[in-house]
Write a protein that binds this ligand. Structure first.
Ligand SMILES: [Mn+2]
Length: 292
C-alpha cells in the first residue's frame, strides 16, 4: 500500500492516469481517490486540459457505466505547482511529463526502475491491483466492484489477451460472486474492432503511447482487426515506413487471435509475430527491449 503518513504531508494530491484514456486509467484514478480520501488524504482524480480524450474502443463502455466521472481539470501550466500520484502508467512522459512532482504510483506495466511508493503489480489491470492492495482496509461497493471488472474486460480484450492469468481469474470470480455481470453480453455490446472506413492517419495513432527505456525512445499504437480487415494491413505498413520517428505498431486480428508487431527503430522495421493476443505492455515491449 502507499505510505499514508508520507502522503498526508501534501495539501492536495491529484491522481492521474495516462493520456488517451482507457477504462483502466479512468477507473483507477477514480477508485484510488475514493480510497485515499477515506484514509484522510486530500486528493482528487484529475486529467490535464490537453490530450485527455477517451480512446475509441472504450468510449461507450465508459460513457454508459462510469456514470459519475467528473475529474478535476489541471492546466498544463499548473503542473509544476502540484503533486501527483500516477495510475495505470509509470512514465510521466505519458501524462504530466515531470518526474519531480510524482509522489506515488500504482501500475501494472513493465518498468525498468524501482522507487519507494512506486507499486507495480503483475495484474491484468491497475484497478484489479488496487482492489488486491486495499480490499482488507476499504469496503468496495457493488458499483465499484463492477467498475473494476470493466477494467479487466477492457485491458484483457474480454479475457483473450495473454495479460489475463489464473491469478486474475480468481479475483474476477471473487468480485463477480454477488453482482453477476454477464461478460458475454458485455462483450457483444462493447467489444469494438477498429473502424477501417476512417482515415489511416487517425486509425494509425489509435491507442497511442510514448515509451522511453534508457536510450531507446519510441511511440506506439495498435489497431484491432477482423480477418476481413487484413486486406488493409499493407497500407498501414506503408504508412509506418513513411513516418520519421521510431514506432511500435501492432496489428491484432481477432478471428484467428494473432498479433503482428512491427518495430521501427532508426528506420529499420523488425517484425515479431505471436499466435495469440500479445499484451503490448507485458509481451511485446519486453521482447523489443531485448532485441533492440
Ligand atoms: Mn491498464
Amino acid at each position: 500500500m502507499l505510505n499514508i503518513n508520507e502522503l498526508k504531508k501534501y495539501p492536495i494530491i491529484y491522481i492521474i492516469g495516462h493520456r488517451h484514456m482507457d477504462a483502466d486509467t479512468v477507473i483507477s484514478s477514480y477508485l484510488l481517490s475514493k480510497i485515499l480520501n477515506k484514509q484522510g488524504i486530500k486528493c482528487e482524480y484529475a486529467i490535464l486540459d490537453k490530450d485527455y480524450n477517451i480512446v475509441y474502443g472504450d468510449y461507450d463502455l465508459i460513457k454508459d457505466n462510469v456514470t459519475n466521472y467528473k475529474p478535476t481539470v489541471i492546466k498544463k501550466e499548473n503542473i509544476n505547482n502540484n503533486y501527483f500520484i500516477l495510475v495505470d502508467h509509470n512514465d510521466p512522459l505519458q501524462s504530466i511529463d515531470n518526474e519531480k512532482n510524482v509522489v506515488g504510483m500504482i501500475d501494472h506495466h513493465f518498468i525498468d526502475k524501482k522507487q519507494p511508493n512506486y507499486l507495480i503489480g503483475d495484474y491484468a489491470s491497475t484497478s484489479l491491483f488496487i482492489y488486491q492492495l486495499y480490499k482488507n482496509t476499504y469496503d468496495f461497493s457493488d458499483y465499484e466492484k463492477a467498475l473494476i471488472l470493466y477494467t479487466v474486460l477492457s485491458d484483457t480484450t474480454y479475457f483473450i489477451s495473454s495479460r489475463y492469468k489464473e491469478k486474475d481469474d480468481q479475483i474476477v470470480k471473487e468480485l463477480n460472486e454477488k453482482i453477476n455481470l454477464n461478460f458475454e453480453v458485455l462483450k457483444r455490446k462493447y467489444f469494438k474492432t477498429t473502424d477501417f472506413s476512417i482515415d489511416i492517419e487517425t486509425n494509425f495513432k489509435s491507442n497511442y503511447k510514448r515509451y522511453k527505456f534508457d536510450d531507446l525512445e519510441f511511440e506506439s499504437s495498435f489497431v484491432r482487426a477482423n480477418r476481413e480487415d487484413d486486406k488493409y494491413l499493407n497500407e498501414y505498413l506503408e504508412y509506418l515506413k513513411k513516418i520519421p520517428q521510431n514506432w511500435l505498431f501492432i496489428w491484432y486480428q481477432f478471428d484467428d487471435n494473432i498479433s503482428n508487431a512491427y518495430f521501427k527503430n532508426n528506420n529499420v522495421i523488425k517484425e515479431i509475430n505471436y499466435d495469440y493476443i500479445a499484451s503490448r505492455a507485458n509481451d511485446v515491449i519486453k521482447d523489443i527491449v531485448e532485441i533492440k
